[in-house]
Ligand binder design. Sequence first.
Ligand SMILES: Cc1cc2nc3c(=O)[nH]c(=O)nc-3n(C[C@H](O)[C@H](O)[C@H](O)COP(=O)(O)OP(=O)(O)OC[C@H]3O[C@@H](n4cnc5c(N)ncnc54)[C@H](O)[C@@H]3O)c2cc1C
Length: 589
Amino acid sequence: MAAIQRRKFDTLIIGAGGGGLRAALKLSDADASVAVVSKVFPTRSHTVAAQGGMNAALGNVLPDNWHWHMFDTIKGSDYLGDQDAIEYMCRAAPKAVYELEHFGVPFSRLDNGNIYQRPFGGQSQNFGGDQAARTCAAADRTGHAILHSLYQQNIRAKTHFFDEYFSVDLLKDDEGHVLGALVFNIQDGKPIIIEAKTTLLATGGAGQLYKTTTNALINTGDGLGMALRAGIPLQDMEFFQFHPTGIAGRGMLITEGARGEGGYLVNGEGERMMERYAPKAKDLASRDVVSRAIATEIREGRGCGVNKDHVMLKLDHLGEEVIQMRLPGIRQTCMTFLGIDPAEAPIPVFPTAHYTMGGIPTNRNGQVVMPVKDTPEEAIEGLYAAGECACVSVHGANRLGGNSLLDILVFGRAAANHIIGYLAENRYHRSMDESCVEKAMQRFERWGKNSNKTGEPVSVLRDELKKVMEEHCGVFRNEEVLKEGVQKIEQLAERMKEASITDHSDIFNTARVEALELENLMACGLATMHSAYARTESRGAHSRIDYPERDDINWMRHTLYSFENGLDYKPVRTKPVSVDSFPPRPRVY
Ligand SMILES: Cc1cc2nc3c(=O)[nH]c(=O)nc-3n(C[C@H](O)[C@H](O)[C@H](O)COP(=O)(O)OP(=O)(O)OC[C@H]3O[C@@H](n4cnc5c(N)ncnc54)[C@H](O)[C@@H]3O)c2cc1C
């Protein structure tokens, strides 16, 4: 084997979305040498697509308090979120917003100059009282504004970027230390070993598991696949969020901010349907509640259109001026993809795969943690995860809109803070055994020029995987459908072992990237389907027709799925640090 190029850094960050860039900035500003690897140019990371905004109890529009935010997040999580992590996030939120403001994020403003905040789903004042307005927005392009500001700040801080490099696998020695990763340059296919004292996974979600999704093609759960192959279990993968308002049949997102600005849903009979499901919060109930309501209306024959297969989101009553000022991107999307101006006509919508609540288990410091039988879980030294690929868990069984941008920034920063402490005490790189490089290289070469060329095409298997996930692990689930889903996905994973790619050109290596991504998606699909099949209750986004109730006695616990041990469970952390717990209560909106 020709010698592989090597580079050494204090910290390797895999992923240049909001989570990765927030951590990188903190580390570079602390004079650590930081490498950020991203398979796309950093400002094309999926954070750029975030529309509606980021939650923080600033109280600029209506009275607010971080403790109310904490209550809403725990209730939204259907009591599966870890309360210490949620407390930490909600307390840190205002500071995270002001930091962004100082980095140059052009937030929308109120007449008095304060940051504009809009109401979002599941937000309340005073622990379940009137609607709150907690989501800080830069029109409907908040993620774009945040990502570009963070990238510019990282350029100033001299973060080292490996743009359009693909991370294949973590490099882990026999003692379980993660020593960096094997990556390759997508343009010329050349592998590089990046050695690092600390590694942070910030690779985003796995929305490409589903056929109809708001997620970009790059959201293939690569970090989750890397973790599973490194023997790290994935947590709570059965909880996949379906956003109520994807454009019907196409999937592009219409932000919850559209309902926050006063938009509402109507069924085929012209009724304002959410009054039936959430008498108080109506269209601003939690996402799982609204998605189920839409699916139920359609199943019971009250859908819109010739096939009665969607409902309508009405915005035209808001007036052109409000739509143009607060929702210009949404207006543009509708005009481009539907030929509809929402200032004049309603938008056809249907629940669409949107957000991966589960992920790599971490603690509040972003350290990746492993379950240890009969003892508290242990942090893996030097390995961190933040952002959508991580499961802290602040979203539990259902994420509130506006809490993900907050999560990526708060825990990206927290991970960097912990890394700074770790680097102060661990000044040298550990020596790297060649065997861990060989293992990662085998996977890389599996899709190289000398690989099998007669197996099934990767594209066929990818389409089948998405179909299986959509049909067997959607908004509503039951035993029979999930059991069949498990069988189908196991078969697909077997077929993947013999699959092949035929395009072996050195330019851009797109076929190889697609194959590596599909292996990661397949791993996520297995974790999701197995975890969903086993959980015999309904909680948050996991809705079992055969077990319609939440079962706190048997299921107030997190799922862990690993290749080695299958399914395991661990308790929810119900004790916050400085305030009283919020015990589970019936969840009504
Ligand atoms: C359409 C849409 C709108 C949204 N709107 C909101 C909103 O208004 N408010 C809110 O709170 N949340 C919103 N969300 C959710 C939120 O945007 C995401 O959860 C969040 O931005 C994820 O950030 P991240 O840093 O974890 O990952 P991402 O921004 O997805 O970045 C992942 C990074 O990892 C890199 N990467 C992945 N795999 C590899 C690999 N193998 N090798 C190298 N690099 C790799 C990618 O190149 C990328 O740089 C929205 C989501 C969508 C889809």
